[in-house]
Design a protein around this ligand. Structure first.
Ligand SMILES: [Zn+2]
Length: 483
């Protein structure tokens, strides 16, 4: 029997605000432990939370970009559980009336429903130290306590580990483009949990799911899910039962390990947060935020394909391969570069030189889009050969001089003038009687050899097209020179 996996994601993203969600403490990573805390985020008795407006704005931005409906009224709720890094004994979250619901995301492979986006606060952090029993200790850092989060929950629409990784990657891209999240999975400001189950292919009912936690890269998400799908398929096909549990991905062992059984999981006893009024979001505010949304990568890719005739492949690379690639491309096209040539240059020489320089964004390219457009123009018009154009580009990068100035100073322009090339063509034909005879006997390869000799004799400056035409005429003439 064939089995299919059913996967849904829960993504926690820290919002890029200056301050925390319910107090004025700095929300920053890496500060000295317990230096960004106050009675509110330490959960001291009597301290009252006040909602940060900027948090709501960023959450609305993300929700709109994910195609969700923003609810005019949503409710904060207490999620009760005891954990050392949660000083209040509860986390303020949203439960049955979240900020936003009902979005969707179109991936290359499939369509994924976005169930909900809700606001919540992060907990503190437990830092475990020491290995031997005698010096083992756990320290608590409350700097992260009260950091604003959104939780994005997808529908169980994903049917492969690869699609799940693509979905997580696309959501990260959207959040980073919006300036809502920094996308840093290593520091934990973006975290993904996956719910996964298997069922006989085509069945309507879901199997028992396991939750995979602790995956901090797209690669690990995919590997953890591949492992989990195989483990569950194996169990079910032997007639055994999948336990509902939380499992942790262990990247060293390359497997998921059982952390705790969900059957003995907490009852969070949610109830409306009495210290915060319902959150009201006006339609005007939502419209205003919608009006300021930037163009998202997927939309930009489609626009580049439509308005500049780029292929899916080229447009995708420009938008995603190098940060700022699409901006640079559009500036070149505005300056008059043919789109395909501009795209080829950015993906080829520019990217290669950038990589050699150890840089990752187009901001590090010292050649302006307008200056590169001038160079591309010289190459397109045949003033310089493509080989010379690459050399000129390297000089532009180092010296900052213009393409025309470098071509003039180095005498690099192609020789396209027949009278200037005639002597060279004549000389080459005279010096290589054997290849000439071979060509006349029908050996086409000999022609390429002779063109190569002309290019060499002209120090790479002969216009190859014109040189070939002249050579052809010389060889087909009834009385070729030198014979
Ligand atoms: Zn605080």
């Amino acid at each position: 029997m064939d089995f299919e996996p059913v996967i849904g994601l829960e993504i926690h993203a820290q919002l890029l605000t200056e301050t925390k969600i319910f107090c004025g403490c700095r929300a920053s990573f890496g500060a000295v432990p317990n230096t960004a805390v106050c009675p509110v985020c330490l959960g001291l008795p009597g301290a009252l939370p006040v909602l940060n407006r900027r948090v709501v704005e960023l959450a609305i931005r993300a929700s709109l970009a994910l195609g969700c409906t923003i609810h005019e009224r949503s409710i904060f709720a207490r999620k009760n559980y005891f954990y050392p890094d949660l000083p209040k004994g509860y986390q303020i979250s949203q439960y049955d009336q979240p900020l936003a619901t009902g979005g969707e995301l179109t991936l290359a492979s499939t369509r994924v429903g976005i169930t909900r986006v809700h606001l919540e606060e992060d907990a503190g952090k437990s830092l475990h130290h020491g290995f031997a029993d005698s010096d083992r200790a756990t320290y608590l850092d409350f700097n992260r306590s009260g950091t604003p989060l959104i939780e994005i929950v997808t529908e169980p629409d994903l049917r492969s580990a690869a699609a799940a990784a693509e979905c997580f990657s696309r959501i990260r891209e959207i959040l980073v483009t919006l300036g809502v999240n920094d996308g840093n999975m290593e520091e934990g400001s973006l975290r993904c949990d996956a719910n996964v189950s298997v069922r006989p292919a085509g069945a309507a009912a879901f199997g028992t799911k396991a939750e995979v936690k602790n995956v901090n890269s797209f690669k690990y998400l995919q590997k953890a899910l591949e492992f989990e799908i195989e483990r569950q398929t194996d169990l079910v096909s032997r007639g055994e039962r999948v336990r509902q549990e939380t499992r942790l991905w262990d990247s060293d062992r390359g497997e998921t390990l059982s952390m705790r059984s969900k059957e003995e999981a907490h009852d969070y006893r949610y109830f409306p947060e009495p210290d915060l009024p319902p959150l009201h979001v006006s339609a005007e505010w939502v419209d205003e935020i919608r009006g300021r949304l930037p163009e998202l990568p997927e939309a930009r890719k489609t626009r580049l394909m439509r308005s500049h005739g780029l292929s899916d492949y080229d447009a995708d690379l420009l938008v995603r391969l190098v940060a700022g690639g699409a901006d640079y491309f559009e500036a070149m096209v505005r300056a008059g570069a043919p789109p395909k040539a501009a795209s080829n240059w950015i993906q080829g020489e520019v990217r290669r030189t950038l990589k050699d320089a150890g840089a990752e964004t187009m901001a590090a390219v010292p050649v302006s889009p307008e200056a590169l457009t001038e160079l591309v123009g010289l190459a397109e018009r045949g003033v310089i050969s493509s080989t010379v154009a690459k050399e000129v580009f390297e000089k532009m990068w180092v010296t900052g001089a213009s393409a025309q100035a470098i071509v003039d100073a180095g005498g690099l322009a192609q020789i396209g003038d027949e009278s200037a090339l005639a002597a060279i063509v004549e000389e080459i034909v005279a010096r290589h009687p054997d290849p000439v005879a071979q060509f006349r006997a029908g050996k086409v390869n000999a022609f390429g050899f002779l063109v190569g000799q002309i290019m060499k004799a002209s120090h790479g400056k002969a216009n190859p097209k014109i040189a070939s035409e002249m050579l052809k005429r010389a060889l087909e003439a009834p009385n070729p020179p030198g014979v």
